[in-house]
Ligand binder design. Structure first.
Ligand SMILES: [Cu+2]
Length: 98
């Protein structure tokens, strides 16, 4: 029992630290006021998924918000805002990622 705990502490814990330092996913909420019909979120979602570094896009149509999870080593909030704006849906980050 003691050995397993030691093993976990010495092997697993540092490994988790290394992995989390290597990839640092960020989540930002974008307010997209231009999503007025149920077809809009599809365009917004597809647009954001094309941005390199984006791993997850969750649209909350009722709130006119999009939750975007991305790797901050590959992209940033500004690039996401630019992407939706270029697609015809100007957006504003609810909370800055920096
Ligand atoms: Cu629409």
């Amino acid at each position: 029992m003691k050995n397993i705990k030691t093993l976990l502490a010495t092997v697993i814990a540092p490994l988790v630290l290394v992995v989390s330092a290597w990839a640092s996913p960020q989540t930002v909420t974008l307010n997209v006021s231009g999503m007025t019909c149920p077809a809009c979120p599809i365009t917004v979602k597809k647009t954001l998924e094309k941005v390199p570094g984006v791993s997850k896009v969750e649209v909350r149509f009722e709130k006119k918000q999009v939750l975007v999870t991305f790797d901050d080593a590959k992209t940033n909030t500004d690039a996401l805002v630019k992407a939706t704006t270029n697609a015809g849906y100007p957006s504003q980050p609810e909370k800055a990622a920096k």
